[in-house]
Write a protein that binds this ligand. Structure first.
Ligand SMILES: Cc1cc2nc3c(=O)[nH]c(=O)nc-3n(C[C@H](O)[C@H](O)[C@H](O)COP(=O)(O)OP(=O)(O)OC[C@H]3O[C@@H](n4cnc5c(N)ncnc54)[C@H](O)[C@@H]3O)c2cc1C
Length: 494
């Protein structure tokens, strides 16, 4: 059978592309190398506790907000149940030096009040920062369906200044800057590198409202599956794409799979990491300068993660994450410090159906180079790796129980994953948590390529996060079908 579109990668962005095109009546094949769709969202279970991996919480999912609207457009909003995180403190920030705690409340006005309470002498900086975040969010086409749409406005995420530059202009208070930069852990780029506009789009959506999904990312993955089936998308899992085939005129003719089968199509959409795309297209298909651009894209920070079950419920973690930094400078050094000495993020894990957390996930930014000595194929790590992993886990556990003594003695099981696990699990060449860095001055891959019939989508194109991945799918489909058309259809769902 021949398809109008073959989408490579059934992550959130690939599924968004497949659903958007299928709801417009096109014949779509969705190819995924993992055994199930949306592998990042599905998480895993240990001792009866489910650990979310690629989704813990999101902004923009409140009624009428952008992500909720996008999911309604895709036909999955009614298949999931979202819930509000703690409105008084969805993220609790703690710094040891200087000793400081701050709960991020939901809502720009509440955040402003809370910030003024902690930093009474910084009224002007706080007002200007929040105004600029709000303005940047409103200027984003798609996040704001009435915002002006142009190549520049779609691209403004990589145009400077950086978050750090904006904060430096507003204040000299390092603690305040550290606090306002802490959400860099959600996109894996330090405040010195991240474009303010990208930070604003992500952090701003969290300031507006913060929600989780009952049953976690797995519920969203199941909702996507149901909708893909309903719209007749041909889903091919455990099928790795190995080549994008081009005809004599250089246009896409199909996607070749590892088992040799060809999926004939006139258009292919690749949602894989842009560097992996280079292995899929014939050597001469891209101009050397474009190949070089993709090959040299820097990656977001990697991490050592831990997954702990506890012998008693942890109500304090319910709907409230923890961000810990030993000192105000740690936020700016993502991965720059040894495991156990840098910034730390904790999020709740739940026993099936239980509303009170029974465990937690800890994420500590780390460099891929820390683990590079043990590079190997998954499941075949060389000797010495186990010792490295054990030591990393010990350091991380010690830091967590030092920072949060209330967790000390409560942990009944704990396992770790390293940057090598992240590399294999997230399909990022250097274990980047969120794929390619969106960084001031770095090329931002665009949906259209010079190869007729080959388009890109995914977190590298728009921004990381479930909302960023959905957005990237919509922007790619907008490039294919017309942005005005997609935005009109979205508006009809308002
Ligand atoms: C630890 C962690 C925590 C996170 N927490 C949150 C959170 O709380 N909230 C939030 O909004 N976001 C979170 N994210 C980010 C979010 O999960 C991602 O940004 C998003 O899922 C990326 O979607 P994507 O479609 O762009 O990429 P991917 O999900 O990576 O999709 C690409 C797909 O392509 C497949 N693939 C690769 N090569 C091939 C091939 N050759 N053939 C076929 N298939 C192939 C891969 O298996 C993958 O499924 C988190 C991410 C991580 C790693």
């Amino acid at each position: 059978m021949s398809y109008d579109y073959a989408v490579i990668g059934a992550g959130v962005s690939g599924i968004t592309c497949a659903l958007t095109l299928a709801r417009s009546g096109y014949k779509v094949a969705l190819v995924e190398r993992a055994p199930r769709t949306a592998p990042l969202l599905r998480g895993f279970s240990r001792h009866g506790v489910h650990f979310d991996t690629g989704f813990h919480y999101t902004g923009g999912l409140g009624p009428g907000e952008p992500l909720e609207l996008f999911l309604r457009y895709l036909g999955v909003a009614d298949r999931i149940e979202s819930f509000s995180f703690d409105e008084k403190g969805f993220d609790l920030f703690r710094c040891d030096d200087p000793a400081f705690e701050f709960g991020f409340p939901v809502g720009f006005a509440n955040l402003r009040e809370q910030l003024l309470g902690s930093f009474p002498g910084e009224r002007q900086a706080i007002d200007q920062y929040l105004d600029q975040v709000g303005a940047a969010c409103r200027a984003m086409p798609y996040l704001n369906l009435d915002a002006e749409l142009s190549q520049e406005s779609l691209l403004q995420r990589v145009i400077g200044p950086s978050l750090r530059e904006v904060l430096d202009r507003l204040t000299g208070n390092e603690l305040l800057k550290s606090l306002l930069s802490v959400h860099s852990l959600l996109y894996g780029v330090s405040s010195r590198e991240v474009p303010f506009a990208l930070h604003a789009a992500i952090a701003g959506s969290y300031y507006q409202s913060v929600r989780g999904i009952r049953g976690g990312g797995l519920s969203l993955a199941r909702a996507f599956d149901a909708r893909l089936a309903e719209l007749g998308v041909q889903v091919l899992c455990s099928r790795e794409a190995t080549a994008i085939e081009l005809g004599t005129g250089g246009a896409v003719t199909g996607v070749r799979l590892a088992d040799g089968e060809l999926i004939p199509c006139s258009t292919a959409i690749a949602t894989v990491h842009p560097q992996l795309l280079l292995d899929l297209v014939p050597e001469g298909a891209f101009r050397p300068v474009y190949r070089k651009r993709l090959a040299s894209l820097e990656e977001t920070v990697s991490a050592v993660l831990c997954f702990a079950t506890c012998d008693a419920p942890l109500p304090a973690l319910s709907g409230s994450n923890r961000f810990y930094v030993p000192d105000a400078g740690a936020v700016n050094e993502l991965g720059g410090r040894p495991v156990g000495q840098g910034a730390l993020y904790l999020s709740a894990a739940y026993r099936n159906g239980d509303p009170v957390p029974a465990g937690f996930i800890g994420i500590c930014p780390a460099l891929f180079s820390d683990a590079a000595a043990w590079q190997s194929r998954r499941g075949e790590r060389p000797s010495g790796y186990a010792g490295y992993k054990e030591e990393a886990l010990e350091r991380l556990t010690a830091q967590i129980t030092r920072a949060y003594p209330e967790l000390s003695g409560r942990i009944s099981s704990i396992e770790a994953s390293t940057p090598l696990t992240v590399r294999d699990y997230c399909a990022t060449p250097l274990g980047g948590l969120y794929g390619v860095k969106h960084m001031v001055g770095q090329y931002n891959p665009q949906p259209a390529t010079r190869v007729p019939g080959l388009f890109l989508s995914g977190q590298a194109v728009a921004s990381p996060g479930v909302m960023g991945a959905v957005l990237s799918g919509l922007v790619t489909c907008g490039t294919l079908l017309g942005h005005d058309r997609i935005r009109k259809e979205l508006k009809e769902c308002c």
